[in-house]
Unconditional design. Structure first.
Length: 279
């Protein structure tokens, strides 16, 4: 065998031995064990929102879940930096942005999306939440009944419309007074989640039922409230209170599919209960 070939083979053998020695020095002295790890549990997507806007079976009239995916996320209930400059505890309805704020300490506020009236705003200015009702009755004023005889069955004399998912006032109502007088302006619930963030009908400030239940628990009687426009338009002007009808029996409750927007369901009269004395 040529000397050159012998030298080449010797070099390769020595190199292989050195490489093996080097690798052995880097290896663990323990045998290699293959471990399988179960993946960390991943929270269900949007589980927080699914709970916040899910079914509420413990209500006297169980609330169905809201398809929150169909609502603009900016109208979800959320804690935000307070843009109002009002004192803690105050409610602020921002008609320019379709928001309602409950002001807290430290520059924070709970913000809710709301629906408003297309024809204007029934009341503007400063007032107080004089009193509140859970699952209120709806009693259209006598003047409304005189013009719309079909509402006679819901008149004050007839006892009004029973509470329930089709009642225009929804799961909760908060009644706004100014200078000791009822403004006929309400913050109330509504099954019509698709109108949140819109001005599509006549009426008061309406909220998703799950949101109005949450707000109701944060607002004592006597809470100050201001209706204004934080987009720079200033205090909006009061408009006459328009009229509506309750949801007809034929109107289906909303589900996960888009539904037609019913018209003129949102303006409320008093629920007929005697108001408490001014605070």
């Amino acid at each position: 065998m040529p000397e050159r070939e012998i030298r080449r083979r010797t070099f390769l053998q020595l190199s292989a031995g050195l490489a093996a020695t080097g690798l052995a020095g880097c290896a663990s002295t323990r045998p290699t064990v293959t471990r399988s790890y179960a993946p960390e549990p991943v929270p269900e997507a949007n589980a927080f929102l699914a709970d916040m806007y899910g079914e509420k079976p413990n209500e006297p009239y169980p609330l169905p879940a809201i398809p929150y995916e169909k609502i603009d996320p900016r109208y979800y209930r959320q804690m935000v930096a307070d843009p109002t400059g009002e004192k803690p505890g105050t409610l602020v309805v921002d008609v320019g942005n379709h928001f309602l704020y409950r002001v807290y300490e430290n520059g924070q506020a709970m913000r809710y999306g709301v629906g408003l009236g297309r024809a204007g705003f029934a009341w503007a200015g400063r007032g107080v939440i004089q009193y509140k009702r859970e699952w209120p009755r709806w009693k259209p004023p006598n003047e409304m009944v005189a013009r719309q005889p079909e509402l006679q069955q819901f008149s004050i004399e007839a006892g009004g419309m029973d509470p329930g998912l089709k009642n225009p006032l929804g799961a909760r109502a908060m009644y706004i007074f100014q200078n000791g007088e009822d403004t006929l302006y309400r913050i109330h619930g509504s099954p019509e989640w698709w109108t949140i963030g819109k001005s599509v009908s006549s009426g008061c400030v309406r909220m998703i039922n799950q949101d109005v239940v949450d707000l109701y628990n944060r607002v004592p009687n006597g809470t100050p409230i201001v209706v204004t426009d934080l987009t720079g338009g200033g205090m909006v002007q009061s408009q006459p209170m328009p009229e509506i009808q309750p949801l007809p029996d034929s109107q289906p409750l909303p589900d996960s599919q888009p539904l037609p927007q019913p018209q003129d369901y949102m303006q409320m009269g008093p629920d007929g209960l005697p108001p408490p004395q001014p605070l």
